[in-house]
Write a protein that binds this ligand. Structure first.
Ligand SMILES: [Zn+2]
Ligand SMILES: [Zn+2]
Length: 345
C-alpha cells in the first residue's frame, strides 16, 4: 500500500491529493487541481497582456527610447555646460571691467586736475592741448572697447562638449562569448546570449561563459534583470582551472566579482569603504560594463545608470589565468543578457 500524499493546499485538514502537477511537483485535491490550473491560466493571460503591451510599444516605434533618452540627456548636459561656460566668461569680464573702471576714473581725475591747473595758471602750449586731446581719445576708446587687454580666446584644441555619434555593431561578430550551465533551472535564448532562471524552485545556479581570457583587456556589457531585489545575483570571474563542482564550496581557488546587494566576492577583498557602498542594492535592472584586465590582474565594473565604478585586484594565485565569466542566479525569473563583448587591448 502506497503512502497517502495529501493535497499541498489542504494538508492541515488531511485531504488526500488526487493529481500531481508535473510542473511544480505539488499534489492537489480535485478542488485545488482546478484552482491550480486556473492560476496557471491566469498567469498565461497576464503574460499575453504583457506581450500585447510590448508589441504595442514596438509598433509605436518606442523600442529605441533608451537611445533617445541618452541623446536627450547628452543634449541637456551639453546645453548646461555651454550656459555655465558663457556665464563664467561674463562674470570674468564683469570683474575685469570693474578694475578697468577704477583705473579709468583715476585717469579722468588726473586729466581733470591738469586741465583745471592749466586754466588757472594759463601755462599751456599747443603740445599740451594735443596731449590732452589724445589722452581723452584713448580714454574714450577704453570705455567703448572695455579694454584692448582683454581678448576672447577660443580654444579649438579642447572640445567643450564630447561629440556623440552612432555606431552600429554587428552583434554576431562581436559576441564570441556565450553562456552555458549545467543547472536544469537555466534556460537559454538568443544563441546562448540570454540565460534565464525558470525554476521550478528558487535554487542556486551557475552560468559560465565559454570564452577564456588570458591576456589583454576585455569588456563585457551585461543587462541583468531580477524579479525582485530580495535574493542575490552576482557577476564574477573564475579561473578556468577551477572545477565547476567546487564553485560554491571551499576550494583552493576563489571567484572575484560583485553581488546585487553590493557585497564583494571574495568577502575578504571588501575595503572598509565598501561597507556602506550603495549602487546595485534595492534595484532590479542593471546595465553593467564588466572590465577584465588580465595584464594588471584586476577587474572592474561600470554601472551605466548610476555612472559608478568599482574595482578589485585579483590574487592570481587564487584565481589563475585564463579567466572565465561566472554568473550566479538564484531567484526564479532572474536573467542575464550578454549585450556585447570585445577586446580593448
Ligand atoms: Zn504546478
Ligand atoms: Zn486541496
Amino acid at each position: 500500500m502506497s503512502a497517502i500524499t495529501f493535497c499541498t493546499l489542504c494538508e492541515n485538514k488531511g485531504v488526500s491529493g488526487i493529481f500531481r502537477c508535473e510542473g511544480c511537483s505539488q499534489t492537489f485535491c480535485l478542488q485545488h487541481t482546478n484552482e491550480h490550473r486556473q492560476y496557471l491560466t491566469h498567469q498565461l493571460k497576464e503574460i499575453m497582456l504583457e506581450n500585447e503591451a510590448i508589441f504595442k510599444c514596438f509598433t509605436d516605434n518606442k523600442q529605441s527610447s533608451l537611445l533617445f533618452d541618452q541623446i536627450n540627456q547628452w543634449e541637456k548636459d551639453s546645453i548646461v555646460k555651454v550656459q555655465q561656460t558663457a556665464q563664467n566668461a561674463r562674470l570674468q569680464i564683469q570683474q575685469f571691467s570693474q578694475v578697468q573702471k577704477e583705473q579709468t576714473k583715476e585717469k579722468f581725475s588726473q586729466i581733470n586736475k591738469q586741465l583745471e591747473e592749466a586754466r588757472q595758471t594759463q601755462k599751456y602750449l599747443e603740445k599740451d592741448l594735443y596731449r590732452w586731446k589724445i589722452l581723452l581719445e584713448q580714454l574714450q576708446y577704453d570705455l567703448c572697447m572695455l579694454s584692448p587687454s582683454i581678448i576672447l580666446h577660443q580654444d579649438h584644441s579642447q572640445g567643450l562638449i564630447n561629440n556623440i555619434f552612432i555606431l552600429k555593431k554587428d552583434q554576431q561578430s562581436i559576441l564570441n562569448e556565450k553562456l552555458i550551465s549545467s543547472s536544469t533551472e537555466i534556460y537559454f535564448d538568443d544563441n546562448h546570449h540570454v540565460a534565464m532562471h525558470c525554476g521550478p524552485c528558487r535554487a542556486p545556479a551557475h552560468v559560465i561563459g565559454t570564452q577564456e581570457y588570458s591576456s589583454g583587456q576585455h569588456q563585457i556589457r551585461l543587462f541583468i534583470s531580477k524579479s525582485t531585489d530580495e535574493f542575490i545575483l552576482s557577476f564574477n570571474i573564475m579561473s578556468k582551472l577551477m572545477p565547476m563542482s567546487t564553485i560554491s564550496s571551499d576550494s583552493q581557488y576563489l571567484t572575484y566579482g560583485w553581488q546585487s546587494n553590493d557585497c564583494v566576492n571574495p568577502f575578504h577583498c571588501s575595503l572598509a569603504s565598501d561597507k556602506h557602498f550603495q549602487d546595485l542594492r534595492g534595484k532590479t535592472k542593471f546595465h553593467i560594463k564588466l572590465f577584465m584586465d588580465c595584464d594588471q590582474q584586476k577587474i572592474s565594473y561600470f554601472n551605466e545608470k548610476t555612472k559608478q565604478t568599482r574595482e578589485i585586484n585579483v590574487d592570481i594565485q587564487k584565481c589563475p589565468l585564463p579567466w572565465k565569466l561566472l554568473l550566479y542566479l538564484y531567484d526564479i525569473g532572474d536573467s542575464v543578457r550578454l549585450l556585447s563583448s570585445c577586446q580593448l587591448s
